[in-house]
Each structure stands twice: as structure tokens, then as C-alpha cells.
Ligand binder design. Structure first.
Ligand code: ZN
Ligand code: ZN
Length: 307
């Protein structure tokens, strides 16, 4: 099961009723947080979600509305009793920037591992940056004022285990979990592989998150076939096109255009300009292009259950 919880939908500044854009993604008891602007820990608390399980924090870029909540959040994660290391992924200088922010949170009870995307790119051109069990995280650079990345989370799902087949092959029960975990086993000089007992690979799940960007074919390609595409829609009113270009952000219609080209199943808009009091007013400028679009709201939740 993978749970997706949009903690906030604001861009630039938090508002009383609109926390800054951030995503809380839970998979097998493990939590990935994407972006952490001011007030993100309040949004987590309000949504009654946990802090201790946050194991990875992905940062799109280093503008304040995406990182300034980090010192407080890390202290709260520490107070929640976490002692296991935590990984922070981000653009170049992620270590230096987080260390500077954390001068005011100097004593954390866990170690932080940093993954600097630029360094990683040299090793893996496919930009797959991290994985936990069968959840794979990859990144794609987007066009903004400063280096900025979209994230894609792919949950790969293997076929169903067939106990009848395992029994008929004479594989003792104690080896079943080994095969399910993808390893070969050797019993009395006979080698068994996972494919002997597992059905066909099932369709996986994909969530793609892109904020603070101008639209591009590259982002649409990156989001291709996602079950859920969460994309910024800084301005609803298409007359603000010049402003969107000037500030390197997207109109609702531009996000919808990317969703359509990517053939995603569903689009959530987020990162709204504080001047836009009612984003719903402009929803049709997106749905005219891509029908399955929703205005993101804080605590918008989607749970993908395993079949
Ligand atoms: Zn922003
Ligand atoms: Zn930005």
C-alpha cells in the first residue's frame, strides 16, 4: 500500500488556511517527505501523521517556501524518538545548505546522509536516485530560477506468490519468503528461482511531483503514465501568462497540458499564488484540457491498495 497525503498547497508564503506545498508519502511504514517549507510540521501534526517514520526528505530546490521548515521539523523528528539515520536528497550543495539551516538545531539524535543529485547523475544517467524495497525514486531537472528537480516514485509490484506451485516443487516453507524477496535458493543441489513460484509482474503505481517550473516536454515525458501527477499551478487565470513566464511558474492550463501529454490518470494542482484566494474559480481552465484534474487541498489523500 502506498498512501499519498498532500500537506499543503501554498506557494511563496504559508497562509492560515493554506500550508506550503509538501507531500507525505507512506509506503510499508516508511515515509518520504517532499519539500519542507515553513509550517510543514504543523501540517503533519494537523493531518495526524507521524514524524518518527520520516526516513527520506526530498527537496526540489532551495527556495525558502520549500526548505525553511527543515530545522524545526528535524528537531521534532528527533523528539519523536528517531535514532535511525535519515536521508536528505536535493540539488548541488544540499549538505552545505541543510547544515547552515541546522546551525539552530545542532544536536540531532540521528545521522543525516546526503544525496546530492548532481553527483549521483554522473553515476546513474537514468537518474534513479534511491530505492526502498520496491519503491524507486528518480529525478528530472526542471526549468526554474535555480536548479530544481521533479521527483517520480515508482512502486514496482511483483506477481503473486503461488504456494501450490511451491509445494508441488517440494520447496520447504522456510524458503518461500526468500524466493518472494527475489532471491534464488538451492535445495539438495537443485536451484529454484523466484520465477518458479511467482506469477506475472503486476502493474505498478507511479506518483510524480513537479513544482516550481515552466512547463516542458521533458517534464511530461518524465511523468508519463503516472497514476497521479501532482503539479504546480501557480496561476489559474490564463491572462497571467506573462507573469508565469517572468516568475518561472505554471498556469493551470500549462500543468493540464503536461498531464494530457503525459497521459497520466489524475492531476492534482498545487503551489497556488497567495493572491489567488479561490483556485477552484479557475479549475475549468485545466479541466477543459485534462478532465481528471482536481484543485489540491490540504490533506488531500489517496491510498493505493495492493490488489
Ligand atoms: Zn515555491
Ligand atoms: Zn521556487
Amino acid at each position: 500500500m502506498i498512501g499519498v497525503n498532500l500537506l499543503g498547497t501554498g506557494g511563496y508564503v504559508p497562509l492560515p488556511e493554506r500550508y506550503l506545498t509538501s507531500l507525505y508519502l507512506k509506503y510499508n511504514g516508511f515515509v518520504i517527505l517532499v519539500d519542507c517549507g515553513e509550517g510543514t510540521q504543523m501540517a503533519i501534526r494537523e493531518a495526524e501523521l507521524g514524524f518518527k517514520q520520516i526516513g527520506i526528505i526530498c527537496l526540489t530546490h532551495f527556495h525558502a517556501d520549500h526548505v525553511s521548515g527543515l530545522p524545526g521539523l528535524l528537531l521534532t523528528i528527533g523528539n519523536s524518538g528517531r535514532t535511525e539515520p535519515l536521508t536528505i536528497i536535493g540539488p548541488k550543495y544540499v549538505r552545505q545548505i541543510v547544515e547552515c539551516l541546522c546551525v539552530i538545531a545542532p544536536q540531532l539524535p540521528f545521522e543525516i546522509n546526503f544525496v546530492e543529485i548532481e553527483n549521483h547523475k554522473k553515476k546513474d544517467p537514468a537518474n534513479q536516485i534511491f530505492s526502498v524495497d520496491s519503491l524507486f525514486v528518480s529525478v528530472r531537472e526542471v526549468e526554474h530560477w535555480i536548479p530544481c528537480y521533479a521527483y517520480r516514485f515508482d512502486l514496482k509490484r511483483q506477481g503473486k506468490f503461488n504456494p501450490e506451485k511451491a509445494k508441488s516443487l517440494g520447496i520447504p516453507v522456510k524458503y518461500w519468503s526468500v524466493l518472494q524477496a527475489g532471491h534464488n535458493v538451492n535445495i539438495d543441489n537443485t536451484q529454484f528461482t523466484p520465477s518458479d513460484v511467482m506469477g506475472k509482474e503486476r502493474k505498478g503505481l507511479t506518483v510524480c511531483y513537479a513544482t516550481d517550473l515552466r512547463p516542458s516536454e521533458s517534464v511530461a515525458e518524465f511523468a508519463a503514465d503516472a497514476d497521479l501527477f501532482i503539479c504546480e499551478g501557480m496561476y489559474g487565470d490564463s491572462e497571467l501568462y506573462d507573469k508565469a513566464v517572468e516568475h518561472r511558474h505554471c498556469l493551470f492550463s500549462e500543468a493540464a497540458e503536461m498531464a494530457k501529454n503525459a497521459q497520466v490518470k489524475e492531476l492534482w494542482l498545487t503551489h497556488f499564488s497567495p493572491s489567488m484566494t479561490n483556485p477552484g474559480e479557475y479549475l475549468c481552465s485545466a479541466t477543459d484540457i485534462f478532465a481528471n484534474t482536481s484543485i489540491g487541498k490540504k490533506r488531500t489523500v489517496l491510498i493505493f491498495e495492493e490488489e
